[in-house]
Write a protein that binds this ligand. Structure first.
Ligand code: FAD
Length: 918
């Protein structure tokens, strides 16, 4: 029998060459001892899987000729999706599994379910999975899924880690998730076998637990079948049929198998690590990598029974209760990529690479010392899919209508399965999920990245290796950088720009007074034999900010913000998405797409939302009406009919593009959407001095009368043609200059030269974040999301409800208005100078009524500002009187701070500054 400590010694005594990048399935014959003793749970199924392929026996039941939806893959995600489709009333739903249910990754999962994560949507998804496996399935089928509620314990061995847990605890209060911060002594009482000498504290979540993969999937399949869905095993999908409609749109037509085909308009790719291969059958890009992921199962441990599962993030290790033993697993710095994903791999495992796994042993033994003397019963090392940001891939593929993704679950596909299965079912049936799934939606990635091997590989590696790292508010990836650089990149780098990565772009974060900090090639943190960068300024600057206190660069951001409020700042916003919507039907399409009236005379610019059928906000953007033009220029295409220029946040350009395209296709509109994002740069000059500065650069009168707010013009800037727009993202007098690529540097330099005597400085997105929250401007996907209506978000002014013009989402808004708003976005400020970042609980009159979506420090008002939606715990509408009459406090890391609620922005509430009134 091998013990964990022996495994450690063996691996240390026989160091192997570091695995080269791109190694295939690992055969670790050189690591003696432990591997030889390898056995696996589920032996029966494993042996069956090794025998004659069950596929040869043919499908477990005859294939129907048609289906409303075909789910490919019978793992956690496929079964959950099928069950939720059936539960939501979808008839004709069929699941095709190549082998047997769970035979991919699911059968060997550890099955841990933790309820608290640093994301409100994930907390909701996890809660749903827990409800399904712990209660609903049993009520429905009479079968127990195998759910065990033994609780979960997060370990903090430093102050920041405990701060992170306290943040989770506060968020949990908004969702009714019970959790307790325990001292080391209390932890010892709860878990006597634990070493608590080096602990700061722990977070105990009593209702966490463990899912059983076989029990869960069998019960899901049983319940789905009882509702009319069909589960067909031993039936690999070999092809996807696609047709192109009269408008040139590619749509799903059916699936092919060795045993016949099924005609269907909708396919869901739940094929786990095989999802990329299934995507290729349909010409759909699925950006994931397959990696080995492992745990070992120990021999019996006296006294371990009924202990909670443990996550020791700082040691990158988890300890899962398995009867009277433990499973020990974690996340390594050098995970093994599975390059050639075999389609013959059913109920299969890899030999464990002890040299890789050794990283976990010391941490595990330190936490539960009895492991030092405990034998290893078996090792479980299987394939799992990992994605560039460690979030799943879901939603309709931008390349193919009717092709949905439900894959890339990053070792969380059991616990997220129920929540995600339900959202996928809504997406398929209603065209959109119920929750804000943007963080999981395939459209969060720009299309140029989703088949870029270096980007996928580097980012997936870094996300895996950092999975247990503290999630700090201002962290950035080091992998997959410099994919998209705007025309001002080099210029700004030389001026100390510290870049952030969004949608593949490098965008300015802030400006470091002490020289350039370029982002270097990814060094895999020294893993796989690569040489780690030694003197890496950018990485050092990021690390300085690993804190939940005010970051050390707080004063630098303050300087940028106050320069903008007091003189002027220039922001490089070139990463913005810049689209033209033109053509014969463009006006009709614009009227339908945009909540505001954008069909004003050419020269107007309108801030508007785009909504979904539920009245939720899919985007906020500016739309500028163009004068008709028969001649193309770098600043406008030639077009007939009507034309609009759309400027959308660069991090969500693909989402916007896909939303508009889908709506145009559904409306069968005769118009063109043209992407000019890479052809144009954009700088925004904001602040009281902006007019004086730009008056020296632009060949036009910039007075209020000649160039009012919310208008745009084609002008010359230092001799170069630009589109100038009088707009503000920060609540100041200011203009955006949209500039053809080749002219960006000379125009920027001319602006800087003119601004020198006015105190103009460079500023980045950290300043925009602060300035915009101070002014009360919304950020999409933070305080404004697809599950928030503009009425709830205080953006009723963007909705043309007084006009008779129909628009997407109008009916839902009218119903919402008639019924009264059930929640409202409220601005809070605090007298205490305490940093907040979002997820803090909102208390009103002693009850939790919501949580903070977005928070930052406002330097002009010198206060912390937080925005969050509040509801009335009694279920009634949230009137303005309800908001005003409350007594509020915000809870940050378990401590509450008195807060003042505002119905209007506390900074310049009468909007004088954007009008140029100072
Ligand atoms: C060691 C380990 C520990 C883990 N621990 C946890 C944990 O504690 N908690 C947690 O939540 N998650 C955990 N996970 C992750 C979780 O198990 C997975 O995310 C989840 O099981 C993935 O489910 P899936 O349905 O996406 O993929 P799979 O289970 O792989 O299912 C995909 C299915 O598609 C089928 N298929 C493939 N191609 C075709 C085709 N052409 N036609 C028809 N069928 C096809 C396959 O046969 C397979 O059955 C762990 C994973 C590993 C490896």
């Amino acid at each position: 029998m091998a013990s964990l400590s022996r495994a450690l010694r063996v691996a240390a005594a026989h160091p192997r060459q570091s695995p080269t990048r791109g190694m295939g399935p690992c055969n670790l014959s050189s690591a003696a001892g432990p591997t030889a003793e390898k056995s696996v749970p589920y032996q029966r199924t494993l042996k069956e899987g090794q025998g004659t392929s069950v596929v040869a026996q043919g499908p477990s039941r005859p294939l129907p000729s048609t289906a409303n939806v075909v789910v490919i893959g019978g793992g956690s995600l496929g079964c959950q999706t099928l069950y939720h489709l059936a539960k939501l009333g979808m008839s004709g739903a069929v699941l095709l599994e190549r082998e047997r249910l769970t035979s991919g990754t699911t059968w060997h999962t550890a099955g841990l379910l933790w309820q608290l994560r640093p994301s409100d949507v994930e907390v909701e998804l996890l809660a749903h999975t827990r409800r399904v496996v712990s209660r609903e399935l049993e009520e429905e089928t009479g079968l127990h899924t195998g759910w065990i509620q033994n609780g979960g314990l997060f370990i903090a061995s430093n102050r920041q880690r405990l701060d992170e847990y306290k943040r989770l605890m506060s968020l949990g209060k908004a969702y009714g998730v019970e959790s307790h911060v325990l001292s080391p002594a209390e932890t010892k009482t709860l878990y006597p076998l634990m070493n608590v000498d080096d602990l700061y504290g722990t977070l105990y979540v009593p209702h966490d637990g463990t899912m059983d993969p076989a029990g869960t999937c069998t019960t899901l399949a049983r319940a789905a079948s009882a509702r009319g869905a069909q589960v067909i095993e031993n039936c690999p999908v070999t092809g996807i049929r696609v047709w192109t409609d009269d408008f040139g749109v590619r749509r799903v037509a059916g699936v092919e198998t060795q045993h016949g085909s099924i005609q269907t308009p909708c396919v869901v790719n739940c094929a786990g690590v095989w999802a990329s291969a299934v995507g290729r059958m349909a010409g759909v890009k699925v950006p994931l990598v397959a990696m080995h992921h492992a745990y070992v199962v120990t021999e019996r441990i006296e006294g371990i029974q009924n202990m909670p599962n443990v996550r020791d993030h700082d040691a990158s290790v988890y300890l899962r209760l398995q009867g009277d033993a433990l499973s020990v697993g974690g996340y390594e710095a050098n995970p093994i990529f599975w390059e050639e994903v075999s389609d013959k791999f059913a109920f299969g495992l890899f030999d464990l690479d002890w040299e890789v796994f050794t990283q976990h042993i010391e941490g595990a033994i330190n936490r539960v010392p009895v492991l030092d003397k405990t034998g290893i019963k078996s090792t479980v090392c299987g394939p799992e899919s990992f994605t560039p940001d460690h979030k799943p891939l879901m939603g309709e593929a931008p390349e193919l209508r009717g092709f949905f993704l439900g894959c890339g679950f990053n070792s969380a596909g059991m616990m997220l399965g129920g929540g995600c299965g339900q959202e996928l079912a809504h997406w398929i049936i209603h065209g959109r999920p119920e929750k804000d799934m943007h963080g999981y939606d395939i459209r969060r990635f720009h299309h140029s990245l989703t088949d870029h091997p270096r980007w996928i590989r580097e980012r997936s590696h870094e996300s895996y290796a950092k999975n247990y790292s503290v999630v700090f508010p201002h962290d950035e990836p080091l992998a997959g950088r410099n994919m998209r650089r705007d025309p001002l990149h080099e210029e700004l780098l030389g001026q100390g720009c510290v870049f952030q990565e969004r949608h593949g772009w490098e965008r300015p974060g802030w400006f470091h007074p002490r020289g350039p900090a370029p982002v270097l090639e990814y060094d895999y943190y020294g893993a796989y034999g690569s040489r780690a960068h030694e003197d890496y300024a950018y990485r050092r600057l990021l690390a300085d900010e690993y804190t939940f206190a005010f970051p050390p660069h707080h004063d630098t951001i303050k300087k940028e913000c106050l320069a903008c409020r007091g003189a002027a700042a220039v922001f490089d916003m070139s990463y913005f998405g810049k689209f033209y919507l033109v053509g014969l039907d463009a006006r009709k399409a614009a009227d339908w797409l945009f909540s505001a009236d954008v069909s004003r005379p050419p020269g107007s610019t309108v801030y508007t939302c785009m909504l979904n059928h539920h009245g939720g906000t899919e985007s906020d953007l500016t739309v500028s009406r163009l004068a008709p033009s028969h001649q193309a220029s770098p600043l406008a295409p030639a077009f007939e009919g009507d034309g609009y220029y759309l400027a959308v946040g660069g991090a969500v350009a693909q989402h916007n593009w896909s939303h508009i395209t889908t709506v145009l296709q559904d409306q069968k509109s005769q118009c063109q959407l043209i992407d000019s994002s890479e052809d144009l740069g954009m700088i925004s000059i904001q602040g009281p001095a902006s007019r004086a500065i730009l008056q020296e650069v632009l060949d036009a009168d910039l007075s209020n009368e000649a160039f009012p707010f919310s208008t745009h013009k084609l002008l010359r800037a230092a001799g170069h043609l630009v589109r100038a727009m009088r707009l503000s993202f920060v609540g100041e007098l200011g203009w955006e200059l949209h500039i053809p690529k080749a002219s960006c540097v000379p125009v920027y330099r001319a602006v800087m030269a003119a601004g020198a005597k006015h105190g103009l400085i460079n500023a980045g997105y950290r300043a925009i974040d602060s300035l915009s929250i101070e002014k009360g401007y919304r950020h999409w996907h933070a305080d404004l999301r697809p599950d928030d209506s503009p009425l709830e978000a205080g953006l009723a002014f963007t909705c043309k409800l007084k006009s008779p013009v129909p628009f997407l989402g109008r009916e839902a808004l009218e119903q919402q208005r008639a019924a009264g708003l059930r929640r409202r976005l409220v601005c809070f400020t605090m007298e205490d100078k305490v940093p907040m970042f979002g997820l803090e609980a909102i208390w009103r009159n002693g009850q939790v009524v919501g949580h903070v979506r977005r928070a930052d420090f406002g330097f002009a008002i010198d206060k912390t500002i937080a925005y969050g939606y509040i509801h009335d715990p009694s279920g009634g509408p949230v009137s303005l009187d309800f908001v005003k009459s409350g007594d509020y406090a915000l809870e940050r890391m378990g401590v509450t701070y008195g807060a003042q609620a505002h119905l209007k922005s506390p900074f310049d509430p009468n909007n004088k500054r954007v009008k140029g009134i100072y």
